[in-house]
Write a protein that binds this ligand. Structure first.
Ligand code: OAD
Length: 229
């Protein structure tokens, strides 16, 4: 018998217990930095060095942190289910924990790309991208991140995947950023939806959602135990 499919949408909260800051919580990254100054194409045009440095700091930190219980619990789920993760995160903690299917909606920190041809994507060695590092066409390399105002190319594939879910799980996202937050609307009627988050996420529009109001580590472990019963 083929395994049931679980599609999991994750956000910054799944990596919080690894020591990576979320964006919109108190003390989050968007309190410290202005989105418009570091995460938009305009910021890149205006102040390239600041943008490069912002993502260098994020990338550097990535080499200092480890996956947490939530990432590992999702790997464990693969014993019984066909698990597909759609993440808004640009870290690689799902992959490092061992998840087999991970789709990044908003790019990946450890990759960089050409600033004139977005199809030229490269793995960056080490954490530091430098002003003056160029692609094969001679243009400055930029972080491989989907900035505010840029199209999210992975959305059609993520929507198709959400539509095939037998169970849909949302972990650690404020559901504030579209189009990622709209993926749940592609879930077929009657499919169980779980939401794991210690904060107050507006989930009123999600029919029949079961909210597990816990941190990702303990909440995901609880969910895995329930689903394995
Ligand atoms: P947010 O910072 O908006 O939301 C983080 C969510 O994680 C909140 O709902 C918190 O309650 C929850 N949270 C905090 N600690 C947690 C824990 N230990 N366990 C589980 N949940 C926890 O982050 P995202 O929703 O991921 O995009 O943000 C979406 C996008 O906005 C990001 O991908 C990023 C950002 O700007 C770009 O930069 C393009």
């Amino acid at each position: 018998m083929s395994k049931k499919r679980i599609v999991v949408l994750t956000g910054a909260g799944v990596s919080a217990e690894s020591g990576i800051k979320t964006f919109r919580d108190s003390g989050g990254l968007w309190e410290e930095y202005d989105i418009m100054e570091v995460a938009t194409p305009e910021a890149w045009e205006r102040n390239r060095d600041l943008v490069i440095d912002f993502y260098n700091q994020r990338r550097k930190q990535l080499y200092e942190v480890e996956p947490n219980d939530a990432h590992y619990a999702l790997v464990e789920l693969e014993k019984d289910y066909d698990v597909h993760i759609i993440t808004q995160n640009v870290d690689d903690l799902h992959e490092r924990a061992g998840s087999s299917h991970v789709m990044h909606l908003h790019g990946e920190l450890k990759k960089v790309r050409s600033s004139v041809d977005e199809n030229l994507v490269y793995d960056l060695e080490g954490w530091e991208l430098k002003p003056g590092d160029t692609c094969e066409l001679g243009s400055q390399l930029r972080p491989h991140i989907v900035w505010f105002g840029e199209p999210v190319h992975m959305i059609p594939a993520a929507a198709d995947l959400s539509n095939t879910a037998d169970i849909f799980v949302i972990i650690g996202t404020s559901l504030n950023v579209y189009p990622a937050a709209s993926l749940v609307s592609y879930v077929r009627p009657g499919v169980p939806v779980y939401l794991i988050d210690p904060g107050e996420v507006n989930a009123a529009h999600i029919q029949g959602v079961r909210v597990i109001r816990e941190k990702a580590g303990s909440g995901t472990r609880r969910l895995v135990e329930e689903l394995r019963k």
